[in-house]
Design a protein around this ligand. Structure first.
Ligand SMILES: C[S@@+](CC[C@H](N)C(=O)[O-])C[C@H]1O[C@@H](n2cnc3c(N)ncnc32)[C@H](O)[C@@H]1O
Length: 324
């Protein structure tokens, strides 16, 4: 079971494609650390009694800004859970943060949108690319010295200005020593004003999908997996042609859960409002196990409109690996 947990909507960067851009004038919220700790305990009980390994993956905003997160991650690993996070990497300059990640995390996903300073322009953060390069190198060196099993993944957003530079990006990521590269096609729900001029063109996405097997083979020999199953590539092609992809049944709550900063648990981030249940209803391991039945019934009774064009990347095999 993978539990994606948006612990804060606060962010320190200004990415024009993102819903959590710090320039957006809305009140930011963070999850209640006491509630997080309690649900972590329930998830640990679920993992033990249902023999289903649980990976808790922190999201944001920028999750590593939450001051209570190190204590919560240590608590989670103490209870046998695995921990992951997706970060913009701005806190990786701290040796204390790197040590904590090495000691407690199984995975870390770092966002990188371009293999050079164009990343800084996209994220409105001068010097970010160079600092990531230096600080990820430090993390990889410390990982080697400590023999810690932290898996490093880079996630990139494919934009019209960056998609053709994906092979260069893969080279950069392989040089960093990351094990996996994943990609999102720019989505337009969060920032509709940015989308029309920055979404990749159909011909660019076609070329991207044609080249990807060769790239996979090239980078597999360098220890870098470029993830994404066949259905994910098909999803990219339909999205770029504005073809809707309804999902009749994603098995809601069976393999993935999403918890938002307000304390609602749902099958994915797009169904918090329609199918979300308060995490206060998760009091035992069996409550976690019964979520899939509850979500299936609720989804039949009132199918979320969003399921008629499912934007949830995990439903389409974003993370699956191919034999090169
Ligand atoms: C919302 S961010 C939160 C984590 C962290 N602040 C970061 O930058 O990695 C999670 C991931 O979603 C990606 N993302 C944000 N907005 C997106 C959009 N409109 N389309 C596709 N991916 C997006 C980010 O690049 C990042 O890899």
């Amino acid at each position: 079971m993978i539990v994606l947990w948006r612990v804060t909507t606060r962010c320190n960067l200004s990415c024009a494609f993102c819903a959590f851009d710090r320039r957006l004038p809305y009140a930011r919220t963070a999850a209640d650390p006491v509630a997080i700790r309690r649900v972590l305990d329930v998830l640990a009980d679920y993992q033990l009694t249902h023999r289903d390994p649980v990976l808790v993956s922190w999201l944001g905003g920028e999750p590593l800004l939450l001051t209570e997160l190190p204590e919560l991650a240590a608590h989670a690993t103490g209870r046998g859970l695995h921990i992951s996070a997706t970060t913009n990497g701005t806190s990786l300059g701290s040796s204390v943060v790197r040590r904590h990640l090495l000691d407690h995390y199984s995975e870390l996903t770092i966002s990188l949108d371009s293999p050079d300073e164009a990343h800084d322009a996209i994220r409105c953060s001068p010097g970010l690319f160079k600092s990531l390069r230096v600080h990820v190198a430090a993390l990889v060196k410390e990982r080697l010295a400590s023999s810690r099993p932290l898996k490093l993944r880079v996630n990139t957003v494919l934009l019209r200005s960056t998609i053709e530079r994906f092979p260069e990006l893969a080279r950069e990521v392989a040089d960093w020593g990351a094990e996996e590269l994943t990609f999102n096609l720019l989505g337009g729900r969060d920032r509709p004003e940015y989308f029309p001029d920055n979404r990749p063109l159909p011909a660019q996405v076609s070329r991207f999908t044609e080249q990807i097997s060769d790239l996979r083979a090239e980078f597999a020999s360098r220890g870098l997996v470029i993830a994404g199953g066949e259905s994910y590539l098909n999803r990219l092609m339909s999205a770029v042609h504005d073809i809707h992809r309804p999902v009749p049944d994603c098995g809601p709550g069976r393999r993935f859960l999403f918890i938002d900063e307000m304390g609602f648990v749902s099958p994915c981030s797009f169904t918090s409002g329609t199918l979300g249940l308060p995490v206060t209803e998760l009091r035992s391991a069996d409550d976690v196990a019964s979520l899939s039945t509850r979500f299936s019934l609720a989804r039949c009774a009132r199918r979320p409109v969003v399921c008629d064009d499912c934007p949830s990347t995990q439903v389409f095999d974003k993370f699956s690996h191919h034999a090169a």
